[in-house]
Design a protein around this ligand. Structure first.
Ligand SMILES: [Zn+2]
Length: 504
């Protein structure tokens, strides 16, 4: 079993305690001992050389397959409209060999466009090569005719949104050619390890609970994965008897069953997040001026009751304040444990309910940078209740930070910096009263772990003090974003090492 002795590290106090220098001994994949000048049992030693030591970092919300694939996607972020996106896609296609594989372009913002794209104009730009164009918030998909044919879908004139699109996205993800190659997986996991990540909650739309044990068997061992399941696969997971927290067969202790993921409303980007009040500037004849729910209340309640009975936790996607209110209601009614994913816009009176119900607020702070301008237009009357991270912590809620990759880069330091600074550019912080300290953001990024005997042997050594605060939040955030990671260790085994000398 993996054993290791980390010498002379600065242990970072995540609960307010003072920093101290100590050795940490790992054995059997766990932390066995923490103290000064620990006795050696002949295990490999790693001289921390004055580096700061924290528990391994987690990303509580990743779409892993899509993120790995996204490293090869055509970027249409920032395109002002369908014409520009089509032009960019045509240029990118010209530079790629036609191997018959379905091609994905990613990153446009539906609300920033004066009109939706048409299948006809996408066809004109792409010809016979199958192309799927996905919005940056992943709630809208625009397919050309070749892609519609490839997926066996009837001809149509425009993009798909919400549940119609999610069903197609699941189909796209299930295509054999959509599976990342082993080389792509190794490279992607190495990229996460280099930023200190030891684990992810995988919210992928296809069968993450089958894919990850297979990947571990194939030698991709650098990451712990909590694999979620969606309602369309719930029967299968229940039939297999898998409960949240169970180690999945073939996963070698690295892969466990995660929660049932339910997408209860839409997104800000597509103005489908379900709100108490209408979006500002909506057309008078819009059928859903407040956005909309993806499930009616009884359906949601039935689903959650089944989930509880099956021993599964639940992760409810809720962005709008009405969606969050209803999600908290049904979680309370069904008596099921779990998280609300995003928890982006909250009614003041709902903030305290997270702690009262034991519901984790799983928030992606980097979204506040991306959403700022749009929210200032369509939610200008309620931006003080957006990403209320400070209020949630003050009310005693358990907070878990993540990226929603590929929506944002799965670099935990970007999320931590965004939670601390609440600005991604030279502008002052957006509602600074909701910012948190580096210590609080870090504590929300380690899956509740601490550097104590019995905890998982998941460690990260840093070349700078993660609790350092500059004269301004901007300075602090810049330091966090460029945090030098020196070593990442998962279950007692190094997955990334950038130390002079290494482990010996
Ligand atoms: Zn997501």
């Amino acid at each position: 079993m993996a054993a290791m002795l980390v010498r002379e590290a600065h242990l970072v106090g995540l609960d307010g305690e003072a920093e101290r220098v100590a050795d940490v001994r790992l054995e059997g994949g766990l932390i066995a001992e923490v103290g000064r000048r620990l006795r050696s049992y002949g295990e490999p030693e790693l001289d921390a050389a004055g580096c700061w030591l924290i528990p391994g970092l987690w990303d509580a919300h990743v779409h892993a397959t899509q993120w790995v694939r996204s490293l090869g996607w055509i970027d249409v972020a920032g395109c002002a409209g369908p014409e520009q996106a089509c032009a960019r896609i045509a240029t990118a296609l010209a530079g790629r060999p036609d191997d018959g594989r379905l091609i994905t372009a990613f990153g446009f913002r539906a609300t920033a466009w004066p009109r939706a794209g048409t299948v006809a104009e996408l066809d004109a730009a792409t010809g016979a090569r199958p192309v799927v164009v996905m919005s940056g918030d992943a709630h809208c998909g625009w397919l050309n005719s070749a892609a519609l044919t490839r997926l066996g879908l009837p001809p149509r004139t425009g993009p798909l949104t919400e549940n119609d699109w999610f069903a197609v996205a699941a189909q796209v993800n299930a295509l054999p050619e959509a599976q990342p190659t082993l080389a792509e997986l190794h490279a992607a996991v190495a990229r996460l390890s280099a930023r200190g990540l030891v684990g992810i909650v995988d919210m992928e739309f296809s069968d993450a609970y089958l894919a990850w044990p297979r990947r571990v068997s194939d030698g991709v061992r650098g990451l712990r994965v909590r694999a979620s399941v969606y309602p369309h696969q719930l029967d299968e997971v229940i039939a297999r008897g898998w409960r949240t927290g169970d180690a999945l067969p073939g996963g070698d202790g690295l892969v466990t069953m995660g929660p049932l993921k339910i997408i209860s409303d839409g997104s800000l980007g597509t103005r489908t997040a379900w709100c108490c009040a209408p979006y500002l500037g909506m057309a008078a004849d819009d059928p859903h001026p407040c956005g909309a729910a993806n499930y009616d209340h009884p359906t949601l309640a039935t689903l959650l009751t089944r989930t509880r009975e099956a021993g599964l936790a639940v992760a409810v996607h809720a962005i709008g304040d009405r969606a969050n209110q209803v999600a908290l209601d049904v979680l309370a009614e069904a008596g099921v444990t779990g998280s609300i994913e995003h928890a982006q816009l909250l009614r003041r009176e709902d903030v305290a309910r997270f702690a009262a119900l034991g519901v984790t607020a799983s928030v992606q702070p980097a979204h506040l940078i991306d959403d700022r301008d749009m929210a200032n237009r369509v939610w200008a009357d309620r931006t003080d209740r957006l990403f209320p991270v400070r209020s949630l912590l003050d009310a005693g809620a358990r907070l878990a930070l993540g990226s929603d990759a590929p929506v944002a880069e799965p670099d935990p330091w970007l999320a931590i910096a965004a939670a601390v600074h609440r600005s991604g550019d030279d502008r002052p912080a957006w509602h600074p009263e909701e910012s948190v300290t580096p210590r609080e953001a870090l504590a929300a990024s380690v899956d509740g772990q601490r550097l104590v005997p019995g905890a998982p042997g998941d460690l990260v050594l840093l070349g700078a003090d993660p609790l350092w605060q500059g004269d301004s939040a901007a300075e602090t955030a810049a330091s966090l974003r460029s945090m030098p990671v020196r070593a990442t260790i998962v279950a007692g085994r190094p997955t990334y090492l950038a130390m002079a000398g290494g482990a010996g």
